[in-house]
Design a protein around this ligand. Structure first.
Ligand SMILES: *[C@@H]1O[C@H](CO)[C@@H](O)[C@H](O)[C@H]1NC(C)=O
Ligand SMILES: *[C@@H]1O[C@H](CO)[C@@H](O)[C@H](O)[C@H]1NC(C)=O
Ligand SMILES: *[C@@H]1O[C@H](CO)[C@@H](O)[C@H](O)[C@H]1NC(C)=O
Length: 454
């Protein structure tokens, strides 16, 4: 046994010595760069992590350039981006002395033949369809540089409330899927400011989205007793709203303007009703077109969508009001009915005061029913009763004419009162309309300011 151990220890020492020699690739004088045999021996070790001491983790340095934002799908909450990813790590078996190898410091090798860290994007939710680069560069120090393109379909919580002035912040988390912190660690290859700068340079020219900034932080993901090293990049992008301003906001503003101007048509005219009907029709067509442009999610609608619905509601209400006023004024049964007390108090009293509506001064004549109670009139009646039958007849006829005129006047007064009710309602709706539209303009301006200053 002792004899056996005596044999074993020297042979183990020899093995370690061989390992130490193996960690540097062999070169021949007639050949520049490491020999094929020595490289083949490294390729044979592909399944194993290239660390001479397995207690030391392989550090992978990550950097990327955000090359394009290909799309944002609000409905399925997916952000599609295109990255140029660059990974660095040390392959401790791929080291050589450039002086012995004809001054070669860098060679390229096929990536399938070498171990590589299983760095993934945690938010990735689709298969990767991008092209893979089959080669890597390796340094004489064993530093490997691996470049690849990556089309990332990542899940992201997209907020569309501020559409089209929306800003999205999505995370891209890089880390090893399987290897815990004791085997693979990740860190940044470039300062985060530089990653951000490089990406901005490429994204400046392309597409609907503009890059605001990229932030990054390293973190440790814990799951049970295992820990994973991760880097989270926060990509903040904002939409370029020109398309939507031209196609949504400006046409809707024009329609709103026309609708506002239609309040200057008299509320009881039939023209106004048909005018408003046409406007509503036009607005509906606009809404149909808009439906394609407006994003929608299950958990919310953009503010601008709510606003369009409110505008449609206001248009319909103003049309209804026109219809009611027209009905009141043109329906003969209504003509002789006075304005109900409640309506008079509520509309002509409170509402009129609330919206500062002053009744335009009506004709200076006094109400007609005073005339019959005039004392002079009674005197005349007495005188007439003693006159000739012809005169009596004329007088009776005149009385009838007067009664008719009186009833017409009464009718006109009632109609005027109804018209006033109509005007008060119309003014109220007009004010509400103006307030809502001003509010909306303010909100849009605020959103635009926030967007602009980001
Ligand atoms: C391997 O690395 C660990 C930690 O760095 C160190 O404690 C240990 O001595 C090393 N083992 C060998 C055989 O070098
Ligand atoms: C990774 O970055 C660290 C410092 O950030 C550096 O010390 C190390 O050499 C880098 N590793 C590789 C493989 O580039
Ligand atoms: C090669 O090694 C040198 C230091 O010896 C380093 O500056 C350089 O970035 C490395 N290049 C690559 C491609 O790894």
């Amino acid at each position: 046994m002792g004899e056996f151990r005596g044999l074993l220890i020297p042979s183990l020492c020899f093995l370690f010595g061989a390992a130490a020699v193996l960690s540097e690739l062999a070169c021949k004088d007639s050949h520049s760069g490491p020999t094929y045999e020595s490289l083949q021996s490294v390729f044979d070790k592909k399944p194993f992590r290239p660390a001479t001491n397995l207690s030391n983790p392989t550090v992978t340095n990550i950097s990327f350039t955000l090359y394009a934002v290909l799309g944002v799908n609000e409905k399925s909450q997916i952000l599609t981006t295109f990255l140029w990813l660059r990974l660095y790590w040390y392959h401790e078996f791929l080291q050589w002395d450039p002086e012995k190898c004809g001054g070669i410091t860098k060679i390229s090798l096929p990536v399938e033949e070498l171990w590589m860290p299983d760095i993934i994007v945690y938010e990735f939710i689709d298969e990767d369809k991008s092209q893979r680069c089959p080669y890597i560069y390796v340094n004489h120090t064993g530093q490997i540089r691996y470049d690849r393109m990556l089309r990332v379909l990542s899940s992201c919580n997209l907020e569309i409330f501020n559409f089209p002035f929306d800003v999205q912040k999505c995370s891209l988390t890089f880390g090893s899927y399987m290897h815990t912190i004791r085997d693979v660690r990740v860190s940044l290859a470039l300062p985060i400011e530089q990653i951000s700068e490089n990406s901005k340079k490429y994204l400046e020219t392309s597409g609907e989205w503009e890059l605001v900034k990229i932030q990054g932080e390293t973190d440790i993901l814990k799951f049970g007793i295992d820990e994973w090293d991760i880097i989270t990049f926060w990509v903040t992008i904002k939409r370029r709203p020109v398309l939507y301003v031209v196609n949504l906001i400006i046409p809707s503003s024009f329609l709103m303007l026309v609708d506002i101007m239609s309040f200057y048509l008299p509320p009881h005219s039939v023209d106004r009703a048909s005018f408003k009907m046409t406007l509503i029709l036009g607005y509906t067509v606009f809404l149909l077109i808009m439906n394609d442009l407006l994003p929608s999610t299950a958990n919310g609608t953009p503010l601008i969508g709510i606003y369009f619905s409110v505008c449609l509601a206001l248009m319909v209400i103003s049309l209804l009001e026109t219809v009611i006023i027209t009905y009141v004024l043109h329906h003969s049964a209504m003509k002789y009915r006075p304005v109900p007390r409640l309506v008079r108090v509520m509309v002509l009293g409170y509402l009129a005061r609330l919206i500062c509506y002053t009744r335009p001064p009506s004709q200076p004549e006094t109400p007609s029913n005073n005339i019959t109670t005039d004392p002079q009139e009674k005197m005349k009646n007495v005188e007439v009763s003693q006159a000739s039958p012809e005169l009596q007849q004329i007088c009776r006829d005149l009385g009838m004419v007067r009664a008719h005129i009186d009833s017409l006047r009464l009718q006109q007064d009632l109609e005027e009162e109804w018209i006033h009710v109509g005007y008060v309602l119309d003014y109220l709706l007009f004010r509400v309309y103006l307030v809502l539209i001003t509010l909306y303009a303010l909100v849009i301006t605020c959103m635009w300011c926030i967007w602009y200053n980001l």
